[in-house]
Design a protein around this ligand. Structure first.
Ligand code: DX5
Ligand code: ZN
Length: 217
């Protein structure tokens, strides 16, 4: 199975983002956390920042929207040319219509589930999505501890994806490190977001390589 490592720039130096992107040149995608201080109790950046990142990044963007009313805002992020746009199931009024809109614009459509959100209602909707993001911490902040209790959800998704034969990517986000990535891989994840584990390393490129190895072990 293909393993993807997506460093989260939430843990990068915001004053030097272009240089930070160079340090993670071997990453598969750059994970971009948009927070609105409503859906989550933290504020990061918005559309203009993502537009600019899209212009300077050689690595495709994986946008994670932790915002209210994604039905209104998510299409604009897809229009920047982002590779994937993931919105939260808990925030969307019409997830299927929104996913179709994102695909129409040309982005991969992702749906994210907070740790307490049940996966069952979304299993029959899998063909509508290119990616499901299982949050392995409560969204809002980097540097939190991985929640192993979210793993049954991933296992459930993995078997549902296998049953459909679709190539829906299963992403985990939060507390992914050399110690935890194997647990998530074992449960069925193939796309791994890592913020502090990558940018906290002395040589981020080496950490990306070791995370990749640990996921495939
Ligand atoms: C948390 C964000 C994550 C965060 C992960 O709400 O969605 O993408 O950057 O950070 P780490 O890897 O440090 O837990
Ligand atoms: Zn994220």
């Amino acid at each position: 199975m293909t393993t993807r490592i997506n460093p989260s720039i939430l843990a990068a130096d915001f004053a030097n983002l272009e240089r930070e992107l160079d340090r993670i040149a071997s990453a598969d995608l750059v994970h971009v956390d948009v927070m609105d201080n409503h859906f989550v109790p933290n504020l990061t950046f918005g559309l203009q920042m993502v537009e600019r990142l899209q212009e300077v990044s050689a690595i495709p963007l994986d946008v994670h929207l932790m915002i209210d009313d994604p039905d209104r805002w998510a299409p604009g992020y897809a229009e920047t040319g982002a590779f994937s746009v993931t919105f939260h199931a808990e925030a969307a009024a019409d997830p299927v219509a929104l996913a179709r809109r994102l695909r129409e614009i040309g982005a991969r459509a992702g749906i994210a589930l907070k740790p307490g959100t049940d996966v069952e209602p979304y299993l029959e909707l899998l063909p509508e999505f290119d990616q499901v993001l299982v949050m392995t911490v409560e969204p809002g902040f980097g540097g939190q501890s991985f929640m192993p209790e979210t793993m049954p959800k991933l296992q459930r998704l993995r078997s549902a994806v296998e049953a459909t034969g679709l190539d829906v990517w299963l992403q985990v986000d939060g507390g992914i490190s050399l110690d935890t990535i194997g647990i998530a891989a074992e449960a069925g994840a193939n796309t791994f977001v890592a913020g502090s584990a990558v940018f906290g390393a002395e040589v981020p490129a080496e950490r990306i390589a070791s995370l990749r190895d640990a996921a495939s072990a």
